[in-house]
Design a protein around this ligand. Sequence first.
Ligand SMILES: Cc1cc2nc3c(=O)[nH]c(=O)nc-3n(C[C@H](O)[C@H](O)[C@H](O)COP(=O)(O)O)c2cc1C
Length: 231
Amino acid sequence: MATARPKVSPLPNDARGEAAAEAPPVFDNAFRDELATLIAWRRDVRRFCTDPVPQAILDDVLAQADMAPSVGNSQPWRWVSVDSAERRAFITESFKRENNLAAEAYDPATRDHYLQLKLAGLKNAPVHYAVFCDHDTEQGRELGRKTMPEMLDYSAVLSVHTFWLAARARGVGVGWVSILDPKAVSRALEVPEAWRLVAYLCVGWPEAEHIDPELERAKWQARTPMKIYQR
Ligand SMILES: Cc1cc2nc3c(=O)[nH]c(=O)nc-3n(C[C@H](O)[C@H](O)[C@H](O)COP(=O)(O)O)c2cc1C
């Protein structure tokens, strides 16, 4: 039998007296519109200003990234702030190497187009995070990952996406760099063997804001409407 949907109080939180702290929030149309705007304006950013991002903002955003859903409540994400200039330089070299290899795999015309794309903001981004998934974690007691162990990695991805949205809500841009040799990055950052690289993120204030993705602007790949399959 279907359960009736609980009635949500129309009162704002502060009008509910002592129960306010425990009461679920009411999301109104204005909030929904703002959320839709946030989702539409979240961009993968490759062009950053070099101005620093205050640590308090980063701490807030990281705290939200830590609230992402995870299989078995395992929270397998491991965020590494890459601060050392030498390590950043090593990772930038890995990007250049892998990017050239990727370019070589295309036919000449596509290669030219590919090489014009800006696919990382490693030089200017004031903040770099490498996000790993800890495959040795006991947290979550293996719940939900017996038949699909990749759920652990997917959980780490959700932490990245939560960070991405929370950062954008504060005007901070995030760029995901995947054109890297993950083993070389793990070695450079001296992380435990069981940590697998999920994302390398460039973070900072965007140089410009656009509602359309950079790859769409560069005529590489436009968005297409989602098709819902029915069976
Ligand atoms: C898993 C993942 C890996 C990505 N890797 C790269 C990358 O290496 N370089 C890059 O420029 N963009 C990368 N992106 C960003 C995508 O190109 C971008 O999300 C897509 O073009 C849509 O643009 P938007 O994020 O601005 O909506 C990556 C995104 C995801 C989700």
